[in-house]
Write a protein that binds this ligand. Structure first.
Ligand code: GLP
Length: 260
């Protein structure tokens, strides 16, 4: 895993956007896996800026989102549909037929989830998957105890996740208790993953994800088995990494190597 440590949230957002933009420029019809949450917001803002000021072209890009709350219609301001259109898609030149976000209102969840997986496959698989990390170590909504080989399905959210997400809702009782999420197995099929984390309240989780044992108790730890992951962390999120200085040294050496 490549670990990039930047001073603060603004810097991780810029770095992540540079990587995404680079991959889009190299492959204009790239298939992106996208994430919600507050962490990727700065990166989305920077991508919008790049679209407007540097002609970053989204016209051929295809996207698949990781997850959606169960029970929220796409028009609900806290749905991930709403989030993605509001924070990215409406501001760039992408058309709705290239955007895929799991539905939180289908009747036959099982059939829908296998249709979603199939859609990803038919698009050629995800080239670059953006990931945030939940306080309990989840990626997508793969809560502790999720099978690390799981596929897209319905998950019951942990009380911690419900509590963490309550800040976006008017009252805690409104927070959905279930979500449809791509599984650990689905995420691992992405050709490359970009994991973002910011702030000291993520520091312990980040340490477990990157340096802890690979286990269902911290589903993001499965990324240790992925051949191509870049983790972009700010100083605060990286403060509990045991080998933090080594990771910084590796990046410094890589830079020297590229220059020579
Ligand atoms: C939710 C999302 C995750 C996200 C996590 C962290 O649980 N399903 O994809 O990574 O929140 O959110 P934040 O970035 O706001 O800390």
């Amino acid at each position: 895993m490549r670990i990039i440590i930047e001073p603060d949230y603004e810097a991780i957002s810029r770095k992540a956007a540079q990587i995404v933009a680079d991959r889009i420029r190299k492959k204009p019809d790239i298939v992106l896996g996208l994430a919600t949450g507050s962490t990727p917001l700065g990166m989305y803002q920077e991508l919008i800026r790049m679209h407007k000021e540097e002609s970053l072209d989204f016209s051929k890009v295809v996207t698949f989102n990781l997850d959606e709350y169960w029970g929220l219609p796409s028009s609900h301001p806290q749905s991930y549909h709403y989030f993605m259109w509001n924070n990215l898609f409406s501001h760039v030149n992408i058309t709705s037929e290239r955007v895929h976000i799991p539905s939180g209102t289908v009747n036959d969840v099982e059939a829908y989830c296998s249709w979603y997986e199939d859609k990803i496959k038919k698009a050629g698989g995800i080239d670059l998957q953006i990931l945030g990390i939940g306080r309990d170590g989840h990626i997508g909504f793969n809560e502790p105890g999720s099978s690390l080989g799981s596929r897209t399905r319905m998950k019951t959210l942990t009380p911690e996740t419900v509590e963490d997400n309550a800040r976006f809702f008017e009252n805690k009782d409104e927070v959905p208790k279930f979500a449809i999420t791509m599984g650990g197995g689905s995420i691992m099929e992405a050709k490359e993953c970009l994991l973002l984390a910011s702030g000291k309240n993520k520091a312990e989780t980040v340490q477990r994800c990157i340096e802890g044992p690979i286990c269902a108790e911290c589903t993001s730890s499965i990324l240790q088995l992925h051949p191509k992951v870049i983790a972009i962390l700010d100083e605060e999120a990286s403060q509990k990494l045991r080998r933090k200085e080594y990771y910084k040294y590796v990046e410094k050496m890589a830079l020297k190597f590229k220059k020579s």
